[in-house]
Design a binder for this molecule. Structure first.
Ligand code: PLP
Length: 394
């Protein structure tokens, strides 16, 4: 008996990507409005796009580049990490997006069978990255019931009691799907707990500039810490697939292993995307902050649309592009509610079950400009009013 038709147990045991399911759902609808995918409504800086347009005939664009990224971009990133993130002892590897960066890190740091720690509600792709690499002992810690901040006391207990000690702890700051940020003292405490336990800490900073109400994003640095970043939302470069990893420059062996993984997945991030990233960085953080400011109105519009669920049931939104809402108790099957909202009210959101928290939904306020956002939010509000008053009526 051969193995034709037998698929890997790792892959079979991995969750279906929620966005693939949502895309399928949207294809069933005639005029859907999406508050589902985590995207921004802007494109990369005009000047940067214009420069890249000139580059397509340059033969270096069509060739491979160094696994770690083109030197000019890496240098620009080191400057950015130093000036904006206060990371002064970090080396950098450019990747085809933050998701690929995360998979690289899981393959570099974890063996199948290792245990790892995440916090609820978790970022679904990070969870899947563990699953698909055989890291199936995923310990999911609680968030604070009000703030959704990772519970550091629980982490301290868990790392000291679990044998063997979990290999990796990961947090997203600010969070997807919750939109909550991790305040600096808490991030430092988590870092110290991981260090004392001899455990890696991966921090996903994809939404580093997406902070509201005067809150400030911060990073931590150390030999046990790896920071992940993305160009997707910041510079509106989702489709260009560009991110990077910042890790301690003192970890020579780490860099060697990381290159092995990189060389077998993308070899290098697309050179044209790296060039665009380089030119986008010339615009600087101000370019992003200006656009993020424009999302404040969107957030208010979506927050109001969620009011039928009760203000106390709507959380997050201090950062990133998400609000996180609890559905009425009787609607724990959140995917059923998502399908109903889509088919009956023409608006699409993400079910909390994809992040380990059934009975919730994630609503993105980044993907539409204000007028369209108002129209989508109106559909959502009507849908939620009906849900609360009458349930899932036909
Ligand atoms: C927390 C988080 N990390 C990573 C990613 C993926 O980013 P990229 O497009 O750079 O792979 C996302 C995208 O939604 C995200 O929300």
């Amino acid at each position: 008996m051969g193995s034709f038709g037998m698929l890997s147990r790792r892959s079979l045991a991995t969750d279906m990507p929620v966005m693939a399911q949502i895309r399928k759902l949207m294809a069933e609808l005639t005029n859907p409005m999406s508050l589902a995918q985590g995207v921004v409504h802007w494109q990369p800086p005009e000047k940067a796009l214009a420069k890249v347009k000139e580059l397509v005939w340059d033969p270096t664009i069509s060739s491979y580049g160094p696994d770690e990224g083109i030197p000019e971009l890496r240098e620009a990133l080191l400057n950015k990490l130093r000036d904006e993130n206060k990371l002064t002892k970090s080396a950098v590897m450019v990747t085809a997006g933050a998701n690929q960066a995360f998979v690289n890190l899981v393959l570099t740091l974890c063996d199948a069978g290792d245990s790892v720690v995440m916090f609820e509600p978790y970022y679904f792709n990070a969870y899947m990255a563990f699953q698909m690499t055989g890291v199936t002992d995923i310990i999911v810690g609680p968030g604070h019931p009000q703030t959704l901040h990772p519970d550091a006391d629980w982490l301290e207990r868990t790392l000291s009691e679990s044998k063997p000690t979990p290999k990796v702890v990961t947090v997203v700051n600010p969070g997807n799907p919750s939109g909550t940020y991790v305040p600096e003292p808490l991030l430092k405490r988590i870092s110290e707990i991981c260090k004392d336990a001899g455990c890696w800490l991966i921090v996903d900073n994809t939404y580093e500039y997406f902070m509201y109400d005067g809150l400030k994003h911060c990073c931590v640095e150390g030999d046990h810490i790896v920071n992940v970043f993305s160009f997707s939302k910041t510079y509106g470069m989702m489709g260009w697939r560009l991110g990077y990893i910042a890790y301690s420059e003192r970890l020579e062996g780490f860099a060697t292993e990381l290159v092995k993984i990189q060389d077998n997945i993308p070899i290098c991030a697309a050179i044209i995307s790296q060039r665009l990233a380089l030119y986008a960085l010339e615009e600087g953080a101000g370019w992003i902050v200006e656009r993020v400011k424009g999302l404040v109105k969107n957030r208010e519009v979506v927050k109001r649309a969620l009011e039928p669920l009760g203000k106390e049931n709507v959380k997050g939104g201090e950062g990133a592009i998400y609000l996180w809402a609890k559905l009425p108790e009787e609607h724990r099957d959140d995917f059923k509610v998502v399908r109903w909202l889509a088919h009956r009210h023409g608006v699409v959101v993400i079910p909390g079950c994809a992040s380990g928290s059934p009975g919730h939904v994630r609503v993105s306020f980044g993907g539409l400009q204000e007028e369209q956002m108002r129209a989508a939010a109106e559909r959502l509000r009507k849908g939620l009013e009906e849900l609360v008053l009458r349930g899932l009526v036909d």
